[in-house]
Design a protein around this ligand. Structure first.
Ligand SMILES: [Zn+2]
Ligand SMILES: [Zn+2]
Length: 280
C-alpha cells in the first residue's frame, strides 16, 4: 500500500453547521487510513434562510488549519477550501469572499434553485422536467460565473428525486448535462467525483458513471475526488473505489487545488472497482 496518493478533498468539520467533528479528529482518521491529505471544505452558505447562513468564520477556520498543520507535520497535506453555495444573485458576495479570504480550493455547489432548497419537497412541488431543468440552469450559471475550481456533486438532486420519481436517468437531460460538461471544460474547471452517493439511496457516485463517461468523451480531464463526509467515521469513504472507477473511465490523474492552482496527482493503480468497494 506504500506510495499511494489518496486524498479526500471534500470534508466538513464542526465549522459547518451540519457537521460535528473537529479538524483534528478528521485528520487523525485520515492518517489512520493512510491518506496523504485532505482538503477542508466547510460550507459557505449564502442563502439567508439556510441554517448555516452567517456560520462561516474564515479567520477561526484558518487559525485551526494552521494549528493542526503544525501537529500533522509536512508529511500530510492539509488544504483549506470551502464548499460555496452558489446562486447568481450572490455572485458578488462570493467574489468578495474569494478576494478577501485566500483559499486553496473553491468548490462550487448548487443547493438552492431560485431560493428553493433542493430536498424531497422540492420534487413534490415540481414535475421532474421542471425541477431538473431549473436545477441544471442554475448549475450552468455557476460554471459560467468562473468563480470556482470544481463543480460539486453534479447530479446530487437524485438523492431527493429517487423516492418520488424513481432512479435518475441522465439520458433524459443530456442536452442540459452536456452543455454543463462542455462549459466546465471550456472554463478549465474540474468536475467533482463525490463518493457520498455510494452510501446513500441512489447507490451511485455524484455524478453517476454515465455522466463521468460523457465528460471524458467530450475531452474532460480534470476531476477532484471527495467523500463529502460530515463526520470522521466516513472520512475517506469510497476514495479507492473512486480511483478505480476514474481509471476505468480513462482518467489518468486527479486534480487537487493548492492556492487555487491545479496540481495533477496520478490515480492509484492496481485497484479494481469491485475489491475497492468491498474494502470500503
Ligand atoms: Zn453540497
Ligand atoms: Zn459538502
Amino acid at each position: 500500500m506504500s506510495g499511494r496518493l489518496l486524498y479526500d478533498d471534500h470534508v466538513h468539520s464542526h465549522f459547518s453547521c451540519d457537521a460535528r467533528d473537529s479538524l483534528e479528529s478528521l485528520c487523525d482518521a485520515a492518517r489512520e487510513q493512510g491518506l496523504a491529505g485532505v482538503t477542508l471544505t466547510d460550507h459557505f452558505d449564502t442563502e439567508p434562510s439556510d441554517p448555516g447562513y452567517g456560520w462561516y468564520d474564515y479567520d477561526r477556520i484558518l487559525l485551526e488549519v494552521e494549528r493542526v498543520r503544525q501537529q500533522t507535520g509536512p508529511g500530510f497535506s492539509l488544504l483549506l477550501g470551502a464548499e460555496i453555495c452558489f446562486q447568481t444573485s450572490f455572485a458578488p458576495r462570493i467574489a468578495d469572499l474569494l478576494r478577501s479570504c485566500p483559499l486553496d480550493f473553491a468548490l462550487g455547489a448548487v443547493h438552492y434553485v431560485r431560493h428553493e432548497f433542493i430536498d424531497p419537497a422540492y420534487f413534490g412541488r415540481h414535475d421532474l422536467h421542471r425541477a431538473y431543468g431549473a436545477y441544471f440552469e442554475a448549475v450552468e450559471e455557476l460554471v459560467e460565473s468562473g468563480l470556482f475550481d470544481s463543480l460539486a456533486h453534479l447530479d446530487m438532486p437524485k438523492l431527493h428525486s429517487t423516492p418520488v420519481y424513481g432512479r435518475f436517468a441522465p439520458e433524459r437531460f443530456w442536452e442540459h448535462i452536456e452543455r454543463i460538461l462542455r462549459l466546465v471544460i471550456r472554463k478549465g474547471m474540474a468536475l467533482e467525483l463525490n463518493t457520498k452517493g455510494w452510501r446513500q439511496l441512489p447507490a451511485e457516485s455524484y455524478p453517476g458513471e454515465a455522466i463521468l463517461r460523457r465528460y471524458v468523451e467530450l475531452g474532460g480531464t480534470r476531476i477532484t475526488i471527495g467523500s463529502d463526509t460530515h463526520d470522521a467515521a466516513h472520512l475517506g469513504y469510497g476514495i479507492e473505489r473512486a480511483h478505480a472507477l476514474a481509471r476505468r473511465l480513462g482518467f489518468t490523474h486527479l486534480t487537487r487545488y493548492v492556492q487555487r492552482r491545479p496540481q495533477l496527482v496520478p490515480l492509484t493503480e492496481g485497484l479494481d472497482a469491485g475489491s475497492a468497494s468491498m474494502r470500503l
